[in-house]
Design a protein around this ligand. Sequence first.
Ligand SMILES: Cc1ncc(COP(=O)(O)O)c(C=O)c1O
Length: 444
Amino acid sequence: MLQRNTSSHLYGFTDLKSLNERGPLVISYGKGIYVYDTKGNKYLDGNSGLWNQCAGFDHPGLIEVAKKQYEKFAGYHSLFGRLSEETLQLSEKIIEVSPFDQGRVFFCNSGSEANDTMVKMLWMLNARIGKPNTRKIITRINGYHGVTLGASSMTAKPYNKEFGLPSEEFIHIECPHYWKYGLENETEEEFSLRMAKNLEEKIIKEDPETIAGFVAEPVQGAGGCIPPSKSYFDLVQPILKKYNIPFIADEVICGFGRTGNLWGCETYSIKPDIIISSKCLTAGYFPMGAVIVNKEFSDKFVEVSEEAEEFPHGFTAGGHPVGCAIALKAIDVIMNEGLLENVKLMEPYFLERLNEFNDYEHIGETRGIGLMAALEMVKNKDTKEPFEGHLNMGDKVANLSIDNGLICRPLGPAIVLCPQFIITKNQIDEIFDSLHKTIKQVFN
Ligand SMILES: Cc1ncc(COP(=O)(O)O)c(C=O)c1O
C-alpha cells in the first residue's frame, strides 16, 4: 500500500478539520466517469472533477490529440504577434460556435485570469475613450468568478473578507434565488421584478456613467447551483441596455453544454457583449480560459490598443498549442459525439430523481437544470432555517458520500451534483441511490 506524507501540500477550499481527521483522497487514475484512489477504491465522481471533465477521464481521442500535438509542437506563447496555428484555429472555431457572428478571443490559463483580463479590457477601453471613471463592476451575491485579485472582488462570497476584498470598484447586488430570498406572499415574477428594480436603483445611485459592466453566470454555479428566478434575465437586460452597460456572461461552468445548450446564454435568451469561458472548453484536459468579445467591442478595443501601441497584458502559456489542439478536439467531441445531446436527453431523468429528495424532512429545496443540480439542507423546512454552521452538514454528507462511493461537493448548506456529459441512466441511478443511502445515514 502506498503511504504518502501529504503534509507538503497546502490545501485550498478544503475543510481542514475534516482533512485532519480523514486525510486526503489521493486519486490514481480515472476511467469514464469514475476515479480510483491509490488503494484501488472506485468512486463515481458526481462533480466531473470540478465541473470540467465532461467527456470522461480517459477519452481516447482527446488523449491522442494531446500526444500528437506534443510531438508536433509542444509549446509556445501567443504574444508579440507570434502564435501557433492551433491557437489561431481555436480562436476561429470559438467565434464560429459562439453566439457572436464575428468577434475575437483572448486566451488565458483559467477562468479567474479570463475575468481579470476582461476587467482590464473594460478599464483600458473606457479610459482611452475619455471615460476614466467608468470602472465599476457589478456582480451578484453568491456569484463565483474566481480567485485572482479582480475575480476575487467579483466573487461575492463572505470568505473574501479574509483578503480585505472586494476592493471598492466592485459592487455586489442581490442574488435572484427565489426560494431563499423571496418575500412572504411574493410570487416568483414579483420577486424577479423586485430584483430588476433594485438593480436599476443601484445603477442610478452609483451613477450609470461609473458602471463598466454587469457580470453574471447564467446559472450561479459554485455559489450553490442557483438557476435564476423566472424572467430575471429578461427583466435585467433592458435595464443594462438603457444605461449602456455591457453584459458579461461568465460561462465558465455553463459554457459548452452544462445547461443542455452549448451556452447558458442560449438557455436564458441572454445577449451578451462578452463571454468568459474555461472548464469544458478543454473538457478538463488542459488549463485554459478565454475572453470572447463581440465585434462591436473588439473593434473598439483594437482601435484603442492601436492608439496605445498594444494591449499591455498576456500570459506566458496563454494560447498554448497543446491546450488549443485539445480544445479544438473537445469542442468537436461535445458537439459531434453526442455529448450535448446526452445532456438534454438525461436532464429530465436527472431532475426527476433529484426531486425525490424533496420528501426528506431536512431537504429544503432541490434545484437544477441540464446536468447541474443542488440539494439544500435545512434545519427547519417550514422556516427554511439553515443548520448551524459549526455542524458542517455539507461536509458530513460529502464525507459519508465518499465512503459510500460517490464524490459530491458541499457548497455551504447545499450539496452539488454536476456529472459528466457522458453519463448514462444507470449511472444517474447509481448517483441518487447512493445519495439516498447517505442522506438517510446522516439524518437518522
Ligand atoms: C463561473 C466561474 N467563473 C470563474 C471561475 C474561475 O475559474 P478558475 O478556477 O479556472 O480560475 C469559476 C471556477 O469554478 C467559475 O465557476
